[in-house]
Design a protein around this ligand. Structure first.
Ligand code: SF4
Ligand code: FES
Length: 318
């Protein structure tokens, strides 16, 4: 079949022009999108840049956007993406600097963030430096996350990264999950690990949109994993001080009055002794006052005691 490849070409390092270039390629229907790219480079334009390594969907190198959806070129059949029209549009994945054409900065996109979560294990001292048997049940979930390709497709779909590129992102947090849940780390090692993943722009900056869950080709549900690490944090004690204050203020407010005291929440999250932090809130408070958005008096609601009992029961059941 005759297919038009519409490829987003960029060459920023050499000041090259950006824009789409069209290539006509003759391919069998069961060819992959990668087959077409290789054919273009072999027969029409050897300056075309793209990545691929394993060519069988196991390394994650070939991730690009195919007709606006991030996928692997090596496992995507041309017949499947040209059902509506014999044209396939290829763009680099979003949220990241392009080096050339479909090749993007993998260090900034994935590797630096993976490295930031300390992707190695520091077992408890009780574990001898010999063979340590851990139960199959304890390792089942951990082993599954070990199959992460580190392809970054979850980061590509993340709702936070487009507005805050410093956010660790779901890919790095899946890597962290692999160690957080490993039974061979606990105590001081676990505390240190949780501090790393709870760093600013980390665990608590996820907005739980669950977009990443639908993007992972391995079905690793990265967003759900982030929520599971949060559960561990609640259980072990929140390490990020600001988040800890926010959580305590939220719970105390609902327990005492049956609903959330938003004014108090903002100030207690910042820290009541943190004068500089509180001063920074002043302009927002003034704007809220002017626009009539400042929350009013906060009084105990009818049924507050019942809400308190429900909360306490939930806390006890953890
Ligand atoms: S969690 Fe899934 S989508 Fe994210 S990097 Fe790993 S394999 Fe790719
Ligand atoms: S080349 Fe390895 S996943 Fe596509």
């Amino acid at each position: 079949m005759e297919v038009t490849y519409k490829i987003n070409r960029k060459d920023p390092e050499n000041g090259g022009e950006s824009g789409y270039a069209n290539y006509q390629v003759d391919l069998p229907e069961d060819a992959t999108v990668l087959d077409g790219l290789q054919k273009i480079r072999d027969e029409q334009d050897d300056s075309l840049a793209f990545r691929a390594s394993c060519c069988q969907g196991t390394c994650g190198e070939c991730a690009v956007r195919i007709n606006y959806k991030a996928q692997f070129t090596c496992t995507t059949r041309i017949g499947d993406v040209t059902k509506k029209a014999p044209e396939v549009q290829l763009d680099p994945v979003r949220n990241i600097a392009v080096i050339k054409d479909l090749v993007f900065d993998m260090d900034a996109f994935t590797w630096d963030k993976m490295a930031a979560v300390k992707p190695w294990m520091e077992p408890d001292e009780e574990f001898a430096p010999t063979e340590n048997i851990v139960s199959e049940k304890d390792m089942a979930d951990v082993r599954k996350t070990m199959s992460c390709y580190q392809c970054g497709l979850c980061d590509e779909g993340c709702a936070v990264l487009p507005v805050n590129f410093d956010f660790l992102g779901p890919g790095a947090m899946v890597k962290s999950y692999r160690f957080v849940m490993d039974p061979r780390e606990s105590g001081a090692q676990m505390d240190a690990r949780m501090k790393v993943v709870e760093q600013p722009q980390g665990l608590w900056d996820c907005v739980h949109c669950y977009e990443a869950d639908g993007k992972c080709p391995r079905g690793l549900t990265p967003s759900t994993k982030i929520m599971e690490i949060r559960d561990v944090s609640f259980k072990e004690g929140i390490k990020n001080e600001k988040v800890g204050r926010h959580h305590a203020s939220f719970i105390n407010s609902v327990k005492q009055t049956g609903w959330l005291d938003e004014r108090k929440l903002v100030m207690e999250t910042e820290g009541l002794t943190n004068v500089a932090g509180l001063m920074k809130l002043l302009p927002t408070a003034v704007r809220a006052l002017r626009r009539g958005k400042m929350p009013g008096r906060h009084e105990k609601r009818p049924g507050a005691d019942q809400i308190k009992r429900i909360l306490e029961k939930a806390e006890d059941s953890k």
